[in-house]
Design a protein around this ligand. Structure first.
Ligand SMILES: CC(C)(COP(=O)(O)OP(=O)(O)OC[C@H]1O[C@@H](n2cnc3c(N)ncnc32)[C@H](O)[C@@H]1OP(=O)(O)O)[C@@H](O)C(=O)NCCC(=O)NCCS
Length: 180
C-alpha cells in the first residue's frame, strides 16, 4: 500500500500557474489538446473522440492518495492548456507526466513547469528521487527533462504501450534527478 503523500496546492512561475485539476476543466482540455492526435502520439492514451471521454478522464485524474494532477494556466488563471501529473509510486520516489496543447509548444513552457517541481521535490525531506520516462522517439520530452536538470539513466526496453504507435510496449528512456 502506498503512503499518502502531501502534494503542494500549486506552483507559480513567471508564465504559468499549476493548480489541481477540477471537473470544470474538461471542456478546455478537450478543446485545447485531448482530441489532438499529434499531442497524444507518445502518450498512453488515444485522442478523445468526445467531450464525454474527457470528462471521464478528468474525473479519474482528480487527486488520489498517491498522485495529484495539476492543470497549466496563465499565471492569472484562465482556461487550462496543459497538465502535469505528479505521482508517488513508492516511498522516497516521485514520478511525473506532462502534456501541453500544441499551440504552446516550443516556448520553454514545460521546462518552466518542471523545473520548480524538481526543486520542490528534492528539497522535501524523505524524497530521494524524481524521474520519468519518455518514448524513445519523444525527443521534445527528453529535452525538457534534460533542461530541467534530470539526467538520462538509460533505456527501458519494451516499457510502455503508446497505443497511437503500437499495441506492443515500446522502448522508453528514463531520466531522473536524485538527492546525493
Ligand atoms: C513534450 C512537451 C510537453 C514539450 O513541451 P514544450 O513546452 O514545447 O517544451 P520546451 O519548449 O520546454 O522544450 C522542448 C525542447 O525540445 C526540442 N524539440 C522539440 N521537438 C524536437 C525534435 N523533433 N527534435 C529535436 N528537438 C526537439 C525543442 O527545440 C526544445 O529544446 P531547446 O529549448 O533546446 O530548443 C510537448 O511537446 C507536448 O506536450 N508533447 C505531447 C505530449 C507528450 O509527449 N508528453 C510527454 C510524454 S513523456
Amino acid at each position: 500500500m502506498l503512503r499518502p503523500m502531501i502534494f503542494p496546492s500549486g506552483f507559480v512561475t513567471s508564465r504559468l500557474r499549476l493548480r489541481p485539476i477540477a471537473a470544470g476543466d474538461a471542456e478546455a482540455i478537450f478543446a485545447a489538446y485531448a482530441r489532438d492526435a499529434e499531442v497524444t502520439r507518445y502518450l498512453t492514451w488515444r485522442p478523445h473522440a468526445s467531450l464525454h471521454e474527457t470528462e471521464a478522464f478528468v474525473a479519474a485524474s482528480i487527486d488520489g492518495p498517491a498522485h495529484r494532477t495539476y492543470v497549466l494556466t496563465d499565471p492569472d488563471g484562465g482556461s487550462a492548456f496543459g497538465a502535469f501529473d505528479l505521482r508517488a509510486p513508492a516511498a522516497g520516489h516521485l514520478s511525473f507526466g506532462y502534456v501541453l496543447a500544441r499551440a504552446h509548444w516550443g516556448q520553454g513552457l514545460m521546462t518552466e513547469a518542471l523545473t520548480p517541481v524538481v526543486r520542490w521535490a528534492l528539497a522535501r525531506p524523505g524524497i530521494w528521487r524524481i524521474g520519468a520516462v519518455a518514448d524513445i522517439d519523444n525527443i521534445a520530452s527528453a529535452r525538457v527533462m534534460q533542461k530541467a536538470g534530470l539526467v538520462r539513466e538509460g533505456i527501458l526496453r519494451r516499457w510502455l504501450v503508446h497505443p497511437s504507435l503500437s499495441a506492443a510496449p515500446r522502448d522508453c528512456v528514463s531520466y531522473a534527478a536524485v538527492r546525493d
